[in-house]
Design a protein around this ligand. Structure first.
Ligand code: ACO
Ligand code: LMR
Length: 240
């Protein structure tokens, strides 16, 4: 019988018309046979291409490192309250996810946007930070409730170490580190946070992998894909 009405939507990402579903043209059986991981699936479904292993490994590290950060953060708080109020898994999950935003986990895209713009325009960290201050905008990717200059975020350190070893260039991340050096001279809580580390390093991934045109990088940064990494990652912890 008729099991599918003709669609009004054309997807260039995923295709279920053949024997098996394809992700960006790659059949499910190849994904399994080639031993692909979740980083490969993300690169097919979000970026419509197979990225080199160091990139997909980096994506997987981001997901693992951001999967949870204790019960005190806004997302976990809401999920726990909702679950204890007797609600189901999906309701509990989304009540936590809805707190992801500019102050919690959702600063990755803005960090990428502002760091890219400042670096590409050749602004010194001083010029960049002071221009943000004049505009009354907090520097996305900088600042943390509990992390300090003398108590850095281990996740940031781990991401930096991986990228310094495996990425061909980490120029955007080094720029973010210079910005952090300047902000730390103003206040001890103004560290580079995990959103800022992922945002700047993703710029290095996009620019250094040779897999994206300049126009594609601009589009990815403008549209904003990268908060999705935190949403995806933290869903793991919230479900737990
Ligand atoms: N840029 C400039 N100044 C800042 C910044 C920043 N990013 N963050 C804090 N400050 C300064 C401000 O002067 C602020 O004073 P104000 O309230 O008058 O603006 C002062 O520090 C103290 O700010 P608080 O709100 O008390 O700092 P708190 O520790 O509560 O905030 C937070 C932490 C929300 C992360 C903050 O630093 C911020 O908004 N950062 C930018 C957004 C961001 O990167 N969010 C992602 C965080 S990482 C994560 O959630 C996984
Ligand atoms: C997190 O990953 O949830 C945190 O970095 C946010 C926080 O406030 O600690």
């Amino acid at each position: 019988g008729k099991v599918r009405a003709p669609t009004h939507i054309i997807s260039t990402i995923s295709d279920d018309r053949g024997e098996e579903p394809c992700y960006a043209g790659v059949p499910m059986s190849s994904i399994v046979e080639r031993g692909y991981g979740v980083g490969d699936v993300i690169s097919l479904l979000w970026f419509k291409r197979s990225l080199p292993r160091y990139c997909t490994h980096f994506i997987e590290i981001c997901i693992m490192l951001c999967a949870d950060h204790g019960p005190c953060v806004s997302g976990a708080h809401n999920t726990i309250v909702t679950a204890r109020a007797g609600k189901d898994l999906v309701s509990s999950l989304v009540s936590g996810l809805l707190t992801i935003g500019p102050r919690f986990g959702g600063a990755i895209d803005d960090a990428a946007r502002y760091f890219k713009d400042a670096y590409d325009r050749g602004l010194t960290p001083y010029e960049f930070v002071e221009s943000m201050k004049k505009k009354g905008i907090r520097v996305p990717g900088i600042g943390h409730r509990i992390k300090r200059g003398d108590n850095r975020d281990k996740r940031v350190e781990l991401l930096q170490r991986f990228a310094r070893t495996h990425f061909p260039s980490v120029k955007y991340m080094e720029y973010a580190v210079q910005v952090e050096t300047y902000t730390l001279s103003k206040a001890n809580n103004l560290v580079l946070n995990v959103d800022g580390a992922i945002g700047s390093l993703f710029l290095d991934l996009l620019a250094g992998s040779g897999m994206f045109s300049k126009q594609e990088i601009d589009e990815i940064v403008e549209i904003g894909y990268l908060n999705g990494l935190f949403v995806l990652a933290r869903s793991i912890g919230l479900i737990g």
